[in-house]
Design a binder for this molecule. Structure first.
Ligand code: TA6
Length: 296
C-alpha cells in the first residue's frame, strides 16, 4: 500500500533530520539533513535524487529535463536497476522496481549522526506477470559524510532466482572532457557502443565520445577525477563484480527527451553492478550489493 505523507511523517520522520513531502506530480520524497550532508530519496524506485556534502557542489546529478511522474523513470539520481540490467525483450530496460512504489520500513539517526533510511518492495501480481519470481528487495540508504547504498535481494521463493542489477549512479562533473576514471586499468570490458565487442582497459578511462561499457570482472574501487571542479569522487563497493561506465555524448543525448541539450558535459555514470553475469540465489538466500561514495 502507498503510505501518505501524514502517515510517513508520523511513523518515520526525525525532527530536524528527515521529513516527507509529496511533489505536485504525486511523487513522495524523503528529505534528509545531517551535519555532514543533505540528500533526498524518491519513494518511487527508492531512487536517491540528491546527495550534497556540506561545502561541496552536488555529487549526484539529475537532468534539468527529468520527468517526475508516477510510473516514469527519472533521468538522474541513482535508479535501482533490478531484476535485470539493460533491455529485456519487450519488457523494457533495467527491470521494474525503478518505477514502482517502495515502502519505508525504518528510519534512524545513528550514533555517528547519519540518517539511515530503509526501503523495501516485494512481489505482487503485477511483478509476477513481468517476472514470475517471489522476492523481497531492500535498499538501505545511509546519509552522512559518505553516501552508502546497500541493496539486498532475497529469494523468498522455492526455486533459484537469477538477477542482474545496478545502482545506476549519475554523478555531477564540471566538464566530462576533463574527467577521468581510475581503478579499471587491465580490466576487460564489453563495449556496447562497438557492437558489444570485448576489450581490455589500458590506464584510466577518458571521455571523447559516447561511452557505454560494462567492466567485468572487477570489484575494484574507482576514483572519478574531475579537473574542472578540482575534486575526486571515490566509489567503493561490495558484492559487485561489474562496473558500468556511461556517458551518452552529443548524438546519443538527443535520443533522450528527458535530457537537456549539452547536459552530457555535466554528468557521468559509474554504476555498481552485477551484469551480464547474474547473481543466482538459492531459495531463502540473500545477496547484498553495496556502493559507498565519498568526496576526496
Ligand atoms: O548503464 C548504461 C545504460 O544501460 C545505457 O545503455 C543507457 O541507455 C542508459 O543505461 C540509460 O538507460 P535508460 O533506460 O535509463 O534510458
Amino acid at each position: 500500500m502507498n503510505a501518505n505523507v501524514e502517515s510517513l511523517s508520523s511513523n518515520f520522520a526525525i525532527p530536524g533530520h528527515l521529513s516527507f513531502r509529496e511533489t505536485q506530480s504525486g511523487l513522495r520524497v524523503a528529505d534528509i539533513q545531517t551535519s555532514h550532508a543533505s540528500a533526498s530519496v524518491a519513494l518511487q524506485g527508492a531512487q536517491v535524487l540528491t546527495w550534497q556534502p556540506v561545502g561541496q557542489q552536488p555529487v549526484i546529478w539529475v537532468s534539468k529535463a527529468a520527468i517526475f511522474a508516477p510510473g516514469k523513470p527519472v533521468r538522474g539520481g541513482v535508479p535501482v536497476c533490478w531484476p535485470w540490467f539493460g533491455p529485456l525483450g519487450d519488457k523494457g530496460a533495467h527491470g521494474f522496481v525503478r518505477t514502482r512504489a517502495w515502502q519505508v520500513r525504518a528510519s534512524q539517526l545513528d550514533s555517528a549522526g547519519q540518517v539511515v533510511l530503509r526501503l523495501g518492495i516485494g512481489d505482487d501480481a503485477d511483478t509476477r506477470a513481468l517476472w514470475d519470481q517471489p522476492f523481497d528487495l531492500e535498499l538501505v540508504v545511509t546519509v552522512g559524510a559518505t553516501l552508502t547504498m546497500a541493496l539486498t535481494s532475497h529469494n523468498t521463493g522455492a526455486t533459484p532466482m537469477a538477477v542482474t542489477e545496478a545502482l545506476h549512479t549519475y554523478f555531477c562533473v564540471g566538464n566530462i572532457a576533463q574527467t577521468s576514471v581510475t581503478g579499471l586499468d587491465g580490466c576487460g570490458y564489453i563495449d556496447k557502443v562497438q557492437n558489444f565487442s570485448q576489450h581490455t582497459q589500458s590506464g584510466e578511462v577518458r571521455f571523447s565520445g559516447e561511452t557505454d561499457r560494462v567492466y567485468t570482472p572487477t570489484s575494484a574501487e574507482c576514483l572519478i577525477t574531475d579537473a574542472a571542479w578540482g575534486r575526486n569522487i571515490h566509489i567503493a563497493k561490495q558484492g559487485s563484480i561489474a562496473t558500468v561506465v556511461w556517458n551518452p555524448w552529443v548524438e546519443r543525448e538527443k535520443a533522450f527527451a528527458d535530457m537537456a541539450t549539452g547536459e552530457y558535459q555535466d554528468m557521468l555514470c559509474v554504476e555498481t553492478a552485477n551484469a551480464p553475469e547474474p547473481v543466482t540465489l538459492a531459495p531463502g538466500e540473500r545477496h547484498t550489493l553495496v556502493a559507498v561514495i565519498s568526496v576526496r
